[in-house]
Design a protein around this ligand. Structure first.
Ligand code: IPM
Ligand code: MG
Length: 367
């Protein structure tokens, strides 16, 4: 298979974990006889330095010409946020990409492997069997993209962000969630604030209508405040969670803690044509950038999601996931998930372990 991939490493730890993810991608290309052409492009502060923009037209063009986008992370240190280089950096880059390519569905799988149960802050008996939740966050609606205004009324500053949903927006992401649940444990939890918000009342109504098309999937409806509690009270109850843009943003950071570290979580953002962007759920972690200690797993697993969703290469995606699990089971840990008695390694050394577990040249063995 021949594919072109836009690679946007971004800022902070982005470039160093992307370098490791590229090594894994190249091992898969060798092992399975594929050709992946990588087109590197800039975003965030890195793009600002060169183009004076966080999401230059050049980068959008590279994305348009590619079969998928592999994204790192963007943003600068907290202490430098006042600099123009970092001002609105995240919003200008990643939100612009989402809007430009109409990525309406964001998959954020949260998995806790039983062997990492001790890095999860929840009580052991709640998580000892592992956790496997697929969050599907609507990505183009809500207060994120509604009308915004900052003004002065009667001499006082007022600001507003309109949060709205159309029935089509809700139905589109609901279908994605029910489809995903059919391939899993057949349960969808829809999360809203229907006791207060009109947009949530519509959300709930439309999700129910969509659910009628999937009689094999159970629909559970939950208010967001209760959901925030249930995630840490009994995470095992969740299979697929579908929710709005803002609630999804908040709940997925909360749920990330269950996996032990944000450095473990990959995500995929898809549009209706099947074009997609893959990125770690975590940020650019400027405080540890350049030291070679960042956890490369989220970026590596983003590659696996790309192979599965964009290129339909299930065996290759599984090979990466198994290779990562095997390295973890063997006790290799980056600093964020390290505990006494385990093998502390850097980004490169961890990836070396992953590479050792990737099947070598399956297609070439005959030659
Ligand atoms: C995320 C991030 C973004 C969001 C920020 C960087 C704009 O927090 O992908 O979850 O809020 O969507
Ligand atoms: Mg977020």
């Amino acid at each position: 298979m021949k594919k072109t991939i836009a690679v946007i490493a971004g800022d902070g730890i982005g470039p160093e974990v992307m370098q490791q993810a590229e090594r894994v991608l190249s091992a898969i290309a060798d092992g399975y006889g594929h050709q992946f052409k990588l087109n590197h492009a800039l975003a965030g502060g890195a793009a600002f330095d060169k183009f004076g923009s966080h999401m230059p037209e050049e980068t959008l063009e590279v994305c348009r010409l590619s079969d998928a986008i592999l994204f790192g992370s963007v943003g600068g240190p907290v202490s430098e946020q006042h600099q123009i280089k970092w001002k609105n950096c995240e919003a200008n880059s990643i939100l612009a990409l989402r809007k430009n390519f109409k990525f309406f569905a964001n998959f954020r799988p949260v998995r806790l492997l039983p062997e990492l149960a001790h890095v999860c802050p929840l009580r052991y008996d709640l998580v000892k069997d592992g956790i496997d939740i697929l969050f599907i966050r609507e990505l183009l609606g809500d207060a994120y993209f509604g009308a915004k205004e900052t003004t002065i009324k009667n001499g006082k500053r007022v600001a507003s962000d309109v949060s709205s949903y159309t029935e089509d927006q809700v139905a589109q992401v609901a279908h994605v969630a029910f489809n995903a649940a059919q391939g899993r444990r057949k349960k969808v939890t829809s999360v809203d604030k229907a006791n207060v918000l009109d947009a949530s009342k519509l959300w709930r109504e439309v999700v129910r209508e969509v659910a009628a098309n999937y009689p094999d999937v159970t629909l559970d409806e939950m208010l967001v405040d209760n959901c925030a509690m249930q995630i840490i009270r009994e995470p095992k109850q969740f299979d697929v969670v579908v929710t709005t843009n803002m609630f999804g943003d908040i709940l997925t950071d909360e749920a990330a803690v269950l996996a032990g570290s944000l450095g473990l979580l990959a995500s995929a953002s898809l549009n209706s044509e099947g074009f997609a962007l893959y990125e770690p759920s975590g940020g650019s972690a400027p405080d540890i950038a350049g030291q070679g200690i960042a956890n490369p797993i989220a970026q590596i697993l983003s590659v696996a999601l790309m192979l599965r969703f964009s290129f339909n290469l299930e065996a290759e995606a599984r090979a990466i996931e198994v290779a990562v699990d095997t390295a973890l089971t063997a006790g290799y840990r980056t600093r964020d998930i390290f505990a006494e008695g385990e093998k502390l390694v850097g980004s490169k050394e961890f990836t070396d372990q992953v590479l050792q577990n990737i099947p070598v040249a399956t297609c070439k063995t005959a030659g």
